[in-house]
Each structure stands twice: as C-alpha cells, then as structure tokens.
Design a binder for this molecule. Structure first.
Ligand SMILES: [Zn+2]
Length: 333
C-alpha cells in the first residue's frame, strides 16, 4: 500500500524530474562561420555549400527546438594532445594570403582553412563539454573541414585535424571518462582514428565503410591491439540491408559489450546513394536507423551521451536531408 508520504515523495520526484527535463537542452547544434570560408578551390567536393544546405534544412519548424551555438577556437594545447607541433607549423607555413595552396594531393588550403580547422576541433570540444556537463543529452557538430583521416603528423583526405580524436582525448583528460567509443559510418574508413587508438584498450572504434576505397584501410582483420577495433567493410553497390546487417551483427554488439561511458559518432553521409564519392546505396532512413540503434545503447550504457561530428557527404541536398534525419532522431531522446 502506498502511504501518503510515499506518494508525496514520488510526486516531488516526478516534478523535479520534469523540471530537470524542461531545463535540459536535449540536442546542441554547433556550426562555425569559418566553415563557409574554408575553400579548397574549384572542383573540390568539400565545398562551403555543404554547410549552407544543412542550415537551410534545419530552418523548418520541427527543428525550432534545436539549441544552436557557434563553435569557438580550440585551445592549441588540446590540439597538441593529438597532433605534433610540426603539423601545426606546416599548416601555418602552407596557409596562403590569397588563392589556394596544395599541401598534398587531397588537402588544399586557402587563407581561412587553418582557422576553420581550429574551429572544427573547437566545436567537437564544446560539444563534448556540453554533453559531459549534462547541458545537452547529445550534440551534433556541423563544421568543416572534417577530421577522421588526419594522422598525428599529417593532414589527409580533406582533413587537417582529427576532431574526434581531439575531443575524445579532451573527454578523458578533462572529465576522466574511462571508456570511449567511436562509431564511424562515413563511406570512407577513418584510418586516422584507428591509428590513434589502435593501442588503447579503453577506446573502441567501429566502422562501416566501402572497401576497396580511399584510404585503403579498414579490413576485417584490423582489430587493434586489444580487439578494441571492429571493421565492417561493405562492397560497392551495398544498400541499407547490408549496412543494417553489419550494424546488427558486428558494430552494435561490439559497442554494447564495450559498455562505453561516452559515444562519439564520425557522422559521414557519403554512403548515401546519390553521393559522388561513394558507391554505397544508403538512404536517409538508414541514417535515422543507425542513430536510433546507437541511442538505445547510449541510453542503457552512458546516460544518452552522444557527440556526433560531421565527416563526409558531398551531394549537398542529400547531405542536408540525411543530416536532418540524423538530428531529428537525436532530438527525440
Ligand atoms: Zn568520407
């Protein structure tokens, strides 16, 4: 039998929980003005209009509740926990005053590129802070350049700094987060992320990607020093069925067993059927489904904590609709 006192205590607890929920910003959306200014030049697929399209798609009433914030610059110290001083100097030296400067065959800079990369990393750090402090359940960072190919000493594949690695190391240093999971559904394998965490038993990296494709890594037998890496390569032409099967049989059980304290997503949308760089055939619904499945694990394992970072996606309209499906799912915590 429920006593009056117990009922009252329960009522107070319910009201407190409702108040807390009302105060909680469910999903934090970060963007940066320099994302529009970083321009690798004509003909490159990583164009500023990728972000413009996303912002346009988020103007509809269903996203009115999205809390939006500008990404600040990352502290150099945070970048240096992951990258070498030599790389930063190289990027500074290569930054042109006007026009474009080719650093590598797939990394080209203009005068704003380095600042944009520092703000991309800053967005990832701010999103991590918000989620770890409970200001937001989850967060999506829509900045460019992307990050998952960048190595400690090398920019590559449109990526200058490895945003997710910087944010993951920040989470560990600043909040003592022990077990960190990174799930990557970009059409390309995140070689940089795998490289950073290959020997780290407390970091789990799982990726679906097309293979063979740039950068060439991500085979099934690449499992990390502690079986902390799960690669689920897909074949050109694979669609949602194969993607969902890879999630169900390999990625999600691995993620759940790992029992993460915080989940990062390398959210690339270039596995979309219309993407010019990839050969997979995913649809918006596939991106919604992967988001929901990971949210279920986040709810059970780590208080809903998800920090999602934009990676690829080079058909601007399809990128925008895919990001919208992803964020809509994230908002429904
Ligand atoms: Zn990609």
């Amino acid at each position: 039998m429920i006593t009056r006192r117990a009922a009252l205590t329960g009522l107070i607890a319910t009201i407190a929980a409702q108040d807390l929920k009302a105060q909680t910003k469910n999903t934090l959306f970060l963007s940066a003005k320099t994302s529009f200014l970083h321009d690798p030049g004509p003909g490159w697929p990583d164009r500023p209009n990728r972000i413009t399209s996303i912002l346009d798609a988020l103007k509809t009433p269903e996203f009115a509740g999205l809390v939006r914030q500008e990404a600040p610059s990352a502290d150099t110290q945070c970048i240096l926990r992951v990258h070498t001083q030599q790389l930063i100097r190289l990027l500074e030296k290569a930054t042109p005053k006007t026009g474009f400067s080719a650093l590598d065959h797939d990394v080209t800079l203009n005068s704003h590129s380095l600042t944009a990369a520092i703000e991309s990393a800053g967005g990832a750090i701010t999103a991590t802070d918000a989620v770890m402090r409970g200001v937001a359940h989850n967060s999506f960072v829509a900045t460019r350049p992307p990050g998952h190919h960048a190595l400690a000493n090398q920019a590559m594949g449109f990526c200058l700094f490895n945003n997710v690695a910087i944010a993951a190391v920040h989470a560990r240093e600043r909040y003592n987060v022990e077990r960190i999971a990174i799930v990557d559904f970009d059409v390309h394998h995140g070689n940089g992320v795998q490289d950073f965490f290959w020997n780290d038993k407390n970091t789990f990296y799982a990726s679906t990607h097309q293979m063979p494709l740039y950068p060439g890594t991500g085979a099934l037998n690449e499992t990390g020093a502690f079986n902390n890496i799960v690669n689920a390569p897909l074949r050109r032409g694979d669609c949602g069925d194969q993607f969902q099967e890879a999630l169900k049989t390999r990625i999600l059980p691995g993620l759940d067993n790992f029992a993460p304290d915080l989940i990062f997503l390398c959210a690339g949308f270039d596995a979309h059927i219309h993407d010019p760089l990839g050969g997979l055939r995913l649809l918006e619904e596939d991106f919604r489904q992967v988001t929901l499945r990971i949210m279920e694990i986040a709810q059970r394992r780590c208080h809903n904590r998800i920090v999602s970072l934009l990676e690829g996606g080079y058909a601007p309209q399809d990128l925008a609709s895919s990001v919208a499906a992803h964020i809509k799912a994230l908002m429904d915590v």
